[in-house]
Design a protein around this ligand. Structure first.
Ligand SMILES: *Cc1c(COP(=O)(O)O)cnc(C)c1O
Length: 385
């Protein structure tokens, strides 16, 4: 079936799987063969699609996957993905057996959790856990050597839980000033040294640290945003030692074109008024697709030209002002390239006063994702069918 027969509204995301492969290969080369890659695919793979990204990452050399919650890990299992999956967020002790059954590794950070969870685990189960250390992020984690040693001792006393990893998360690795990360590194290293037995996996680096600090790699990196081809921040974008290729672009088409006369108005609130004869195109994308109302006044690409979004953005549609009468069906690019022009996710993020992580995550499930490999579209994710 052709891509456009699998959805019936001409708004879609293109995901370039070759870019994801390229980005993983780039980081793998940089970190060397001794360090493994955990591909972070939480939040629908940052909006790119869980399954296609997970499979591409695994076939490109990643050995582990990471998600935020058990339900995401179960979804990957349901889709036939067998690779180790690590849940980075909090889980309920009552779900310990469910996780063990599906070979899902959990993050833990308190003795109480272990004591409660072990009663849910049946004999013969083995729940693999990662001990999360809070070294300065202030989110989840064990803070003291004493707590850590107690957790290790309690786990050693059960036959149903084993320590697969120990890790921490950096708060400022995407900034040029390295002092806070240095401090987190020291704290983490001293906590790791307190364990009687070193677990198979020791990890600290997100994308920013993976690309910049050889000393923070340990046994595996947690590679998220840069797998999708994006710099962890603007601040370090010009200093990255690898070439990243963005995987995602967002497109739609003009579904109606009309000529306005001076004084005629556009959209809710009638806030936009034509100042003369104007060509206006209607696009089938709106805030329910993640193209939020604050995008009013921003630009899109038509025929390689930047044109403005005029009037309020509606739930399912918005309007653009065109320099000429482009035909219905003309392709419009909201994120990505057209000819020599490009609208980068960074630019959208800057307009919204946010980070690009939020922009890709916000593109809603209603927008179909079309997957490209070797220059051909190979599959479509449409959650509505
Ligand atoms: C999301 C997340 C990552 C990935 O971070 P990137 O900046 O996207 O590479 C790594 N570790 C943890 C704990 C996370 O929550």
């Amino acid at each position: 079936m052709k891509a456009n027969e699998q959805f019936h509204r001409d708004t879609w995301v293109d995901v370039n799987l070759d870019a994801i492969r390229h980005n993983i290969q780039q980081v793998s080369q940089l970190i060397g063969p001794e360090v493994a890659v955990m591909a972070v695919v939480k939040a629908n793979a940052y909006g790119h699609g869980y399954v296609q990204v997970a499979n591409t990452a695994l076939s490109s050399g990643a050995t582990h996957l990471a998600v935020a919650f058990i339900d995401e890990a179960l979804f990957l299992r349901k889709q036939g993905i067998l690779a180790p999956v690590v849940v980075l967020g909090a889980s309920r002790p009552a779900d310990a057996e469910l996780a063990a059954e599906h070979n899902i590794q959990l993050t833990i950070y308190s003795k109480e959790w272990v004591l409660e969870a072990k009663d849910y685990l049946t004999r013969g189960s083995n729940l693999r856990v990662h001990l999360k250390c809070d070294t300065g992020m202030g989110r989840l984690g064990i803070k003291t050597a004493q707590e850590l040693k107690e957790i290790e001792r309690v786990i050693a006393g059960t036959a149903v839980i084993s320590i697969e990893g120990i890790y921490t998360h950096f708060a400022t690795a995407d900034e040029l000033d390295k002092s806070y990360t240095d401090h987190q590194m020291e704290t983490f290293s001293s906590l790791v040294a307190e364990l009687n037995e070193k677990p198979p996996l020791v990890h600290a680096s997100n994308s920013a640290a993976s690309l910049q600090r050889k000393d923070s790699l340990f046994t595996i990196i947690r590679f998220g945003i840069s797998m999708y081809g994006l710099s962890p921040s603007d601040e370090i974008a010009h200093r990255l030692p690898v070439e990243l290729i963005p995987a995602l672009s967002l497109h739609t088409t003009i579904v109606q074109i009309k000529k306005l006369q001076r004084g005629e108005k556009i959209s809710y609130g009638a806030t936009y008024e034509a100042s003369g004869e104007e060509w206006i195109g209607t696009l089938p994308i709106g805030y329910a697709d993640g193209w939020i109302r604050k995008m009013q006044g921003f630009e899109v690409l038509v025929d390689g030209l930047r044109v403005p979004i005029v009037g309020r953005i509606c739930m399912d549609q918005c309007m653009i002002k065109l320099p000429a009468a482009y035909p219905q069906g003309t392709k419009v690019t909201l994120i990505g390239r057209q000819g020599d022009s490009e609208i980068k996710i960074d630019e959208v993020a800057a307009y919204l006063d946010t980070i690009h992580y939020e922009v890709t995550c916000a593109i809603s499930a209603r927008v179909p994702r079309v997957y490209w490999k070797d220059g051909r579209s190979i599959s479509v994710l449409n959650t509505l069918i």
